[in-house]
Design a protein around this ligand. Structure first.
Ligand SMILES: [Zn+2]
Ligand SMILES: [Zn+2]
Length: 233
């Protein structure tokens, strides 16, 4: 049985933020590690006997059951619906298929992206390193705010960011690469500031931005009626 306790601060999620970005920001604000925040939220056992596997974090980012969402909401002062909206289940059957039993995105269906996240360096620079949930979708390739092509690797370690490494036992800096470092120290992180990573600028009126806009509209409306879909939205 996992119990929740109220966190000493309230941190409002950013619009469209991913849940792992939110709990990491909370941990950073508290000077704690993510494992402490997740156990306070009732999402991890208080004193896990073994290291938390990366798979468990991946499950939490993908889907929370009602009890988990209720505990996390109670401890952090937001609503269960707001908590659920930060998980990939928010896009279930709209942009990908979530395998509820295995708590992961089905990678073989409709461009499902099972792991990792793309990112916009300019967004991370603007908002203090908070990650958008939709950057995890296979359908996201451009930032409509900054007209940049999203980046999908870290230039320092060449890894895909947020590939669910086990990062619960040490503090993390928002906006920096959390992938393991090449150094021998097991807890060392790569640390690349993502806001400094160059991204390809896209023409504001160009086809890439137009395509991304169309796709984001289709996903948020849950229907589409352009081109071949005209007669059968
Ligand atoms: Zn951006
Ligand atoms: Zn890195």
């Amino acid at each position: 049985m996992t119990h929740a306790r109220t966190l000493p601060i309230r941190l409002v999620p950013h619009p469209g933020e991913a849940i792992d970005s939110w709990w990491e920001a909370m941990a950073h604000r508290l000077g704690a590690n993510t494992g402490d925040v997740l156990s306070a939220m009732g999402l991890l056992p208080r004193n896990p006997s073994s290291p938390v596997s990366s798979g468990i974090l991946g499950h939490l980012v993908t889907l929370l059951d009602e009890d988990q969402a209720a505990r996390a909401a109670w401890s952090s002062g937001v609503t269960p619906a707001e908590v659920q909206a930060m998980t990939l289940a928010h896009y279930d059957r709209l942009a990908h298929m979530v395998d509820a039993e295995r708590r992961r995105v089905a990678a073989r269906h409709v461009w499902g992206r099972a792991r990792g996240s793309r990112y916009c360096p300019a967004c991370l620079a603007d908002n203090g390193g908070r990650w958008k949930l939709r950057w995890r979708l296979g359908w996201s390739f451009a930032c409509l705010d900054h007209h940049l092509l999203l980046v999908d690797t870290c230039p320092r370690c060449s890894r895909m960011p947020r590939h669910f490494p086990a990062t619960t036992r040490h503090s993390l800096s928002p906006g920096r690469c959390h992938s393991p470092s090449e150094k021998d120290a097991p807890l060392a992180r790569c640390g690349q500031p993502f806001e400094e990573v160059p991204a390809l600028a896209l023409a504001v009126q160009g086809p890439v931005i137009a395509a991304q806009k169309l796709i984001e509209e289709a996903i948020s409306r849950g229907r589409t009626d352009f081109g071949v879909y005209q007669d059968y939205p």
